[in-house]
Design a protein around this ligand. Sequence first.
Ligand code: CA
Length: 658
Amino acid sequence: MMLATGLLCSCQKTPKYASYDDYPIYDGSDLELTYTPEASTFKVWAPTASEVKLLLYEDGSEDGASRVLNMKRSEKGTWKLHIKEDLEGKFYTFQVKVNERWLDETPGMWVKATGVNGKRAAIIDMSKTNPAGWEMDVRPPLKDEADIILYEVHVRDFSMSPNSGIKNKGKFLAFTEHGTKNTMGQATGIDHLKELGITHVHLLPSFDFASIDETKPNDNQYNWGYDPLNYNVPEGSYSTNPYDPAVRIKEFKQMVQALHQSGIRVVMDVVYNHTFIGENSHLNLLVPGYFYRMKPDGSWSNASGCGNETASERAMMRKFIVESVVYWATEYHIDGFRFDLMGVHDIETMNAVRLALDKVDPSICIYGEGWTAGPSVFPEEKRALKKNAKQLDGIAVFSDDIRDALKGSWQHPEIPGFVSGVDSLEESVKFGVVGSIQHSQIDYSRLIYSKEPYVNDPTQVISYVSCHDDLCLADKLRSSKPAGATDEEILRFDKLAQTIVFTSQGIPFIYAGEELFRTKKGVHNSYQSPDSINQINWDNKTVFQDLFEYYRGLISMRKAHPAFRLGTQKNVQQYLHFLDMKTPNVVAFTLTDNAKGDTWRNILVIYNGNRKSVMVEIPEGEWNLVCNDGKINLTGIAQVKTTAFVVAPSSASILYQL
Ligand code: CA
């Protein structure tokens, strides 16, 4: 023992670094596995390891390793092994020894294919995962960022209901089925999306997450998926065979291809801000501590509210995030990314993501939550928070300002908002209309949250009234309804809220099923609620046909009229002017002079949040009424010649002059 210790070569010692900044940085793009039929090269970044092993398996989850091989220390903190064999079909893990202790096996963090439940990495030929015609797949045209209309949907919610008429329930393939109908014969699924007219489907987490046991597909497990396991692998439970590593990859691509063929772009919800577990995550088993932020006392910083937070400011974590989104954008043709708790990440990383995606295609959109779920040890001024959004050009943040002005506080289900008759929220609604920019007619001191403009242009803001978090719109409107409000009135509140979203200058976003008056039966955090709570009830398309037609009308009006998509702060300041309203709980504005080339010369939009009709003094002239009392008809509902115009209770009126 004594002699052996003296003979330890340097390669067996755990290198010590004074700080994470001193760790060597590997800048190659071949980490972990490079496969060809002739050979496989394994290269793992583990600078603090004293030994690293590669374990090869015949199966993705069963049986012991068929071979255990030692890796050799290589350049810049990496360990390497080259095997001159065709290893296609095999599985592998790495095992790292740090501080004289062998850590648990990990499939690595750059892993692109796995066996069931993502425990072992798989060696596959990625070119064999492409569906027929994949090389012809192109992103649907998108002229301008301001043209985007987002539709947020969970893979399972989309198709699980028996009345979806969809065969591949809960699967990626559900998005490939055309001709599906509800019980009453109306279009569901992808045909419904086309009919509605949205431009982008935003998928809730669809990378490999941990909370669903993929070996039990018939157990009706449900989770939103904010528990990342393998960032660069699709979720197995959404595939028809999670055991075969190629199947989930191919089916994900088939989904993207089908949506693209229907003219719809695809956004992925990405959750790089934390991992499902900390200590034994696939990241931490490679380089303990490096990928996470710790408090001075050595405990885990927890801005994610999930027990840990990643350290995007460290070179190799930043490299990982940037290369991961580029990978999804190129291998899977993904058209946009929604960053969960973006406020955890540092500004520099988010700008690096923008730069990298610009090189792939500048029309790829990026947006995120400009907040965290808890305090972080990393300085606020360096993080991608809403209040720092001016430093995030080309990246949008969700506007909780417009959201809660319209429907009331997310934290208090019983508190109503502007659309349910609350006055004093007019300035916040106006702030929402302009897209959180500087506008001379807004009194910023009277806003509910932010007290100043926080973006450079309105396309840096996502306008919405609800999403998967908290009560969905119909449930919130019910739980906060004023005394005596009828079901008919709640539908009015709903239409008014969405009219404001779609006539505002930020990028509109709706939560799937809102157009069918979706309810989650009052469950505000349905992240693991059963399908009976979460699934879209497609028969409601028929029950709430009028509401669906209204949403469709809003979308087609926005698409036909660039005045609602001015794009820049300068345009909005030039063309959008608010009218002085004498009645509380009313907001009105004009879009003038064929704004941004609009065929309508002047547009007048009036929102009446009062539960009674109000008389509004409007500019003189002949007006054509296209939206009134819960109906939209772009060819015209009536001609208006009076300056004393009456807006129906809880509704919007939109008029134009040629
Ligand atoms: Ca999984």
